[in-house]
Design a protein around this ligand. Structure first.
Ligand code: AP5
Ligand code: MG
Length: 210
């Protein structure tokens, strides 16, 4: 099975599509955002990283690439999904030194919808499952409680309008270079993500030839 790079704006649905792929095909997900959010608070460097991502600012390419390389090595032999890496053209070039046999799925969404999704997002503090308080399909059965773990759902520090706008602008600054890079390698596929997560998932499965 090919490895996958999910690329897309904040709130596009990368993490949500990863959940579906993991459940159906057993991919291993490497989400740089999750890795940063889960760093141990007792370490000053980790606290600094968390403050940076809460503001919607990217972590430097070298730190992020080193983390991703280490995670890829941990999962050797399994099909991998990269969620949130690369995010700059420089990261994309660095990645090619230690990752291969991949396709890139670009999840395309307009800004208004992405903002709405980000502001409604809540996730399980235990298992990380992603919900959305504004979407019928993505709501938990009981308000603010995870269907699987029965523990509280929490929002993310960067899911406010100010931080979202910064993340979206960074995305706009980088998207052209990244898509051109992968287009030139003939590994790029794009799906529109403005419908239900299952409709998007069907499009992803078609790309994978499933
Ligand atoms: P990261 O955690 O990757 O955040 P992001 O890119 O901003 O993307 P999101 O997680 O916000 O969106 P998503 O596409 O995963 O959407 P989701 O599936 O949750 O990164 C956070 C930060 O870490 C960065 O800003 C940066 O600081 C740092 N960082 C990370 N990677 C880095 C890198 N490579 N280099 C440097 N720094 C890096 O869905 C969103 C919501 O919509 C959810 O509520 C979901 O339930 C809902 N939803 C999803 N699909 C649908 C649908 N079809 N219909 C209705 N609702 C839906
Ligand atoms: Mg995500």
């Amino acid at each position: 099975m090919k490895n996958i790079i999910f690329y897309g704006a904040p709130g596009a649905g990368k993490g949500t599509q990863c959940e579906l792929l993991i459940n159906e095909y057993g991919y291993k997900q490497i989400s740089t955002g999750e890795l940063f959010r889960n760093l141990d608070d007792s370490n000053p460097l980790a606290r600094q990283i968390k403050e940076t991502i809460a503001k919607g600012i990217l972590i430097d390419d070298e730190t992020t690439a080193a983390l991703v390389k280490q995670e890829i090595e941990k999962h050797e032999g399994n099909p991998i999904i990269l969620d949130g890496f690369p995010r700059t053209l420089n990261q994309a070039k660095m990645l090619d030194n230690f990752f291969s046999n991949y396709i890139v799925i670009n999840i395309d969404i307009d800004k208004r919808l992405a903002l709405e999704r980000a502001l409604g997002r809540i996730s399980c503090s235990k298992c990380g499952r992603i919900y959305n308080k504004y979407s019928k399909e993505m709501k938990p059965q009981k308000d603010n409680i995870c269907d699987d773990c029965n523990v509280s759902l929490i929002g993310r520090d960067d899911d406010n309008e100010d931080s979202f706008n910064k993340r979206f602008n960074t995305y706009l600054d980088n998207v052209k270079g990244i898509l051109e890079f992968y287009q030139s390698k003939d590994v790029l596929f794009t799906v529109e993500a403005n419908e239900s997560k299952y409709v998007t998932f069907d499009k992803v499965k078609k790309i994978l030839g499933e």
